[in-house]
Design a protein around this ligand. Structure first.
Ligand code: GRF
Length: 201
């Protein structure tokens, strides 16, 4: 399974995918990492793993349609079976999303359908939630609204700030994202009729 990962920043989720791939536990190969930010640390992680990198800055394009057309050409050049969004901080156009429907995953730092969008950790604290977490989902046209594949929960304690909760959630992100990718690579996971389906062993 050929995997292209899209990032904008640190790339800690990317790192877990690279590590699992190196150990032969991902069931697939990360063939390229593409960032919209030239200074994303994840690009360095990719280089250290010997994976091809590309930078596609937003400011080089007149609008979202033009950007996504260029991004699609770039991604498709690597002939991916799976596109993995790992902290890619751009909203994708419907046309781009449709092109990869059923073969594009995202991880979102909340227990979807709660807290779509940004600042999820602070919003969970402000709401007084005693649990929070993360969700892996198929990407559809609805932002953070695609069918959920896998979630992990963490407790929220009374004295937590957003950074403390984020760190606790990230540990779980690093556990569940490689697992979902592995399921996809093993042919056990698919999107059918707008739902996520997982086959048994
Ligand atoms: C994660 O919190 C993920 O849930 C969100 O973006 C962040 C990416 O972190 N979509 P990293 O770049 O993988 O460290």
């Amino acid at each position: 399974t050929r995997i292209v990962v899209l990032i904008s920043g640190n790339g800690s989720n990317l790192q877990t995918l690279l590590d699992q791939a190196a150990n032969g536990r991902l069931g697939g190969e990360v063939v390229a990492v593409i960032s919209n930010k030239a200074d994303a640390y994840g690009l360095e992680r990719a280089r250290l793993a010997g994976v091809a990198t590309e930078v596609l800055p937003g400011r080089d394009f007149a609008d979202r349609e033009n950007y996504d057309a260029a991004l699609m050409t770039l991604v498709d050049g690597y002939r991916p079976d799976l596109v993995v969004l790992a902290g890619f901080m751009r909203i994708l156009t419907p046309g781009f999303v449709r092109h990869y429907e059923g073969r594009m995953l995202n991880i979102h730092p909340s227990l979807l359908p709660k807290y779509q969008g940004l600042n999820t950790h602070q919003r969970a604290i402000d709401a007084g939630d005693d649990e929070h977490g993360c969700s892996v989902h198929f990407v559809t046209e609805e932002l953070d609204g695609g069918p959920v594949i896998l979630q992990a929960r963490v407790p929220v304690f009374a004295d937590d700030d957003a950074a403390a909760v984020a760190a606790r959630v990230q540990v779980q992100e690093h556990a569940i994202y490689p697992l979902a990718v592995r399921w996809f690579c093993d042919g056990r996971l698919a999107m059918k009729g707008g739902q996520a389906w997982l086959d048994g062993e």
